[in-house]
Ligand binder design. Structure first.
Ligand SMILES: Cc1ncc(COP(=O)(O)O)c(C=O)c1O
Length: 388
């Protein structure tokens, strides 16, 4: 049996996805199948679990710093997986991608400033922009038959109108779109031309499941990387989200010094030894595990694709190029978002509602396919029930 087939009980483990539907979504019920929060229902790679066990057996958890192995594992991972050369000094480490993006926004922009993000776009970007008293400026993606494109003319208008920063999601959550080298370059050129800080969130970069190559903004030439901060993490890739560790790569030295100083100012200059052990070993030893995982995710995606074609042909589903999130276009069902949600909840399945990703997400749902095949089979029955 494939290890990913094992159905594990995550209830009462403090899981946001499984245990906090009532608190976070107001949804009560004993038999709800959650497919909202984007984390896996799989165990972390065995090598990571071994490393964590060894670290726990060591038994001392005094203040800790990143060692040579941590830096080298990160550098090698980007070189080997993504043909991306990272200099050791570019690497700064933060307790998660969202906290790092929030600190970067506070550092680079003022209250009331406009910050660009794409729509549909990851809802937590909106949250950190608005809760930091900045203003979201949406750059809607254009969509034709399920294919999403960046609207560069509109993006240029946003930049020309005084946007101070942009959070770019590469690859993109929720659509699973992997941006090409030319698209990434055009984004960076506009940011450079209009003096907009470019925060490229590349947390999904390791999870390309289609044919398109992920092009990290860290590969851009020097002329285009001086206003750039790239957020990366082993967390999404290897299922380590609650260990809270991410790397912010900053090629521009003075920007990096400023950012590191900000982290120091928040007392964020010491690190969690368990998180560092896990991230190091994941990058050093778990590339085969990742390949197996991606095959598994591809099979889940293909199963959903076939199911949608055969059982609910009104719904449109284009397989994601990266990640394990299915972005389902349910607009042809002519339901309001709350009716759509009610249909799913009544059938016992909890999706992320597309509207949470912005107006452009209205009529869509996002389903997390990072689960065992048996869980997906159960989900398909519930989807059938919800939408038939
Ligand atoms: C695009 C994107 N950025 C950031 C995060 C969260 O990162 P972290 O848990 O490191 O704060 C997610 C989680 O789903 C995400 O999809």
């Amino acid at each position: 049996m494939n290890a990913f087939d094992q159905i594990l009980n995550r209830k009462e483990s403090g899981s946001v996805k499984w245990d906090f539907m009532q608190q976070k979504l107001g949804l009560a019920g004993t038999d709800l199948l959650p497919m909202w929060v984007s984390d896996y229902d799989f165990k972390a790679p065995p090598a990571v679990l071994d490393a964590l066990q060894q670290r726990v057996e060591h038994g001392i958890f005094g203040y800790a710093e990143r060692d040579d192995a941590y830096y080298q594992a990160t550098i090698d991972w980007y070189q080997n997986q993504h043909h991306t050369h990272i200099k050791r000094e570019w690497i700064t480490t933060v307790h998660g991608v969202l906290p790092g993006l929030a600190i970067a926004l506070q550092m680079l922009t003022e209250k009331g400033d406009s910050i660009v993000m794409q729509s549909p776009g990851y809802g937590s970007f909106r949250k950190i922009i608005e809760f930091n008293d900045r203003v979201v400026v949406e750059n809607p993606l254009t969509e034709t038959d399920g294919e999403y494109q960046l609207d560069f003319d509109h993006l240029e208008t946003c930049c020309a109108n005084g946007a101070k920063a942009m959070i770019f999601c590469n690859p993109h959550n929720p659509t699973g779109r992997v941006w090409s080298e030319s698209e990434m370059t055009r984004v960076a050129e506009l940011c450079e031309q209009y003096q907009v800080w470019l925060l490229s969130d590349e947390i999904w970069g390791d999870l390309v499941v289609g044919d398109t190559q992920y092009y990290s903004a860290l590969r851009l030439p020097r002329a285009l990387n001086q206003r750039l901060i790239v957020a990366t993490a082993a967390s999404k890739t290897f299922g380590l989200s609650s260990l809270r560790i991410s790397n912010f790569m900053i090629p521009n030295e003075s920007l990096r010094v400023q950012f590191t100083r900000r982290l120091d100012a928040h007392g964020m200059d010491v690190f969690n030894s368990l998180s560092m052990s896990a991230a190091t070993i994941a990058y050093q030893e778990c590339s085969d595990w990742l390949e197996d995982l991606k095959d598994y995710l591809r099979a889940n995606i293909a199963k959903l694709e076939l199911f949608v074609q055969l059982s609910i042909p009104e719904v449109k589903f284009i397989a994601p190029q990266a990640g394990y999130l299915a972005w389902l276009d349910c607009r042809a069902l002519n339901l309001t978002d709350s009716m759509l949600e009610q249909r799913f909840v009544s059938a016992g399945l909890i999706p992320s509602m597309g509207i949470a990703f912005g107006e452009e997400g209205s009529g869509f749902v996002r389903l997390n396919l990072g689960c065992p095949a048996g869980t997906l089979d159960e989900a398909l029955e519930r989807i059938q029930h919800a939408l038939s």
